[in-house]
Design a protein around this ligand. Sequence first.
Ligand SMILES: NC(=O)c1ccc[n+]([C@@H]2O[C@H](COP(=O)([O-])OP(=O)(O)OC[C@H]3O[C@@H](n4cnc5c(N)ncnc54)[C@H](O)[C@@H]3O)[C@@H](O)[C@H]2O)c1
Length: 272
Amino acid sequence: MGQIDGKVAIITGAGSGIGRACAQVLAREGAAIMATDIDTDGLTETARLVDSAGGRITTRHQDVVDEAAWDTVFAETEAAFGAPSILVNNAGIAIAGALADYSLEDWRLQMAVNVDSVFLGTRAAMRAMSGRGGSIINISSVAGLRGAAGASAYCTSKGAVRLFTKAAAVECAQLGTGIRVNSVHPGIIDTPIWQKSITRMTEAMDADRIAALTAHSGANQMDADMIAAQSSPMGRAGRPEEVAELVLFLASDASSYISGQEHVVDGAMTAR
Ligand SMILES: NC(=O)c1ccc[n+]([C@@H]2O[C@H](COP(=O)([O-])OP(=O)(O)OC[C@H]3O[C@@H](n4cnc5c(N)ncnc54)[C@H](O)[C@@H]3O)[C@@H](O)[C@H]2O)c1
């Protein structure tokens, strides 16, 4: 018997990385999965992986900043599998760059994809799950707990997710909705977003700035693997499934008295 047998989960950004791992782990434990993303090829691969392991999954194109699409996603999920009781707000982007050169356009895009989406998803889930109960898991970051050079917009967006989660959790509890809301804060996880943000930083900055930034990370160059190894006391980046196992716990009834909390999965990065 799986830990979340019979439950129905919506996972955004499920065409890659942590979202794909969440789809695999939650399906392994018995949930039916609605996997959404703007990357339809990625979704096809996620569906193939879940299908071949015997899980139940359907996929759908969804841009998480499109307000109208949220109601459709919940309606289609219910039509396919029954009422959803798990939402993983995972889709996100990281637009790295030096603060002095950062454009307002990039700032607004960063906030829209990482923060507006979490508000829209949580609101839709509260409307759909109220009274029946459920679990909303918002993927923040260690960047939502502390600052990082070259990541001011990303840190701001993930910090907003952290506090939004707490406010939503209190409101859900006091209204008697039966819905729990938690945030998950991964450290450096080996997925495309991490590699891409390092590449972007390298392209956007001159050599002096890169040297100044990497000196503080303990690495001597802008190399994604090296920074991951130096940043984590465990000496390596995390794997997407190591985040997904935490998401599974928060999605399951084993965490029935846990809400409004920030859960860190970072190989002890923020412990020192
Ligand atoms: N990888 C890390 O080191 C790390 C660390 C902390 C937090 N996170 C967070 O984890 C989450 C997942 O990231 P990941 O590491 O799996 O990266 P990823 O790039 O592998 O996956 C992100 C997914 O989100 C999708 N996406 C982007 N914009 C979207 C939009 N507007 N609508 C729908 N989908 C969209 C992408 O297509 C992609 O499939 C993100 O919120 C990220 O900020 C990642």
